[in-house]
Design a protein. Structure first.
Length: 190
């Protein structure tokens, strides 16, 4: 059976917990191979928001690339994969992707998704959103990018931060068409 290849880009927005949890869950699925990169600012946020070291984060990827390596395979349209997620996505990264400014491997890999018509998901982290942020997100949405803000649901009665994070990770995995049971889903008797 062919493994599903997923590309993950972790940019420098707050909310690194979403990326870490997604990577942990994907690591447990033998049928999924995760390629990706982490920006320098993302590592700074990971340091501030978690207890993880760089080496531990890198170990969550099956194939890890330096964010400055514009020659990495994920920067090429000939690298076939089943979707890319930028989680969390800073507004700088959103703007770079929306305007084709491929200044690092995350933006370049996302640009490749757009030009090749591949699945691209963004998990934007910012509040409040300015008109410029909304215009960039709208532009990307109109290009087929899935915008998945990490907004908690309460019908599932979350009791912990992990419950809230798992709900967003469930939504991401649903868009990647990866079966999961991370969070309680809406039902008529919810």
């Amino acid at each position: 059976m062919k493994k599903k290849k997923i590309v993950i880009g972790v940019s420098g927005a707050s909310g690194s917990i979403y990326a870490i949890r997604l990577l942990q869950v994907l690591k447990e699925i033998p049928e999924v191979e995760v390629h990706g990169t982490v920006s320098d600012w993302a590592y700074e946020n990971i340091r501030l928001e978690t207890n993880l070291k760089k080496v531990e984060v890198k170990a969550l990827f099956d194939v890890y690339y330096n964010a400055r390596d514009m020659g990495a395979s994920i920067a090429s349209g000939s690298f076939l994969h089943d979707g890319m997620v930028v989680v969390p996505s800073s507004m700088k990264t959103v703007a770079a992707i929306a305007h084709g400014y491929s200044d690092n491997l995350i933006a370049r890999s996302a640009d490749v998704c757009l030009k090749e018509g591949r699945k691209l998901l963004l998990v934007p982290r910012e509040t409040p959103l300015s008109t410029l942020h909304l215009e960039n997100l709208l532009k990307l949405s109109q290009m087929g990018v899935r915008i998945i803000p990490p907004m908690p649901a309460f019908y599932n009665h979350p009791e912990t931060i992990e419950d809230i994070v798992n709900h967003t990770v469930m939504k991401i995995m649903d868009q990647l068409e990866i079966e999961n049971h991370l969070s309680r889903r809406w039902t008529e008797d919810a």
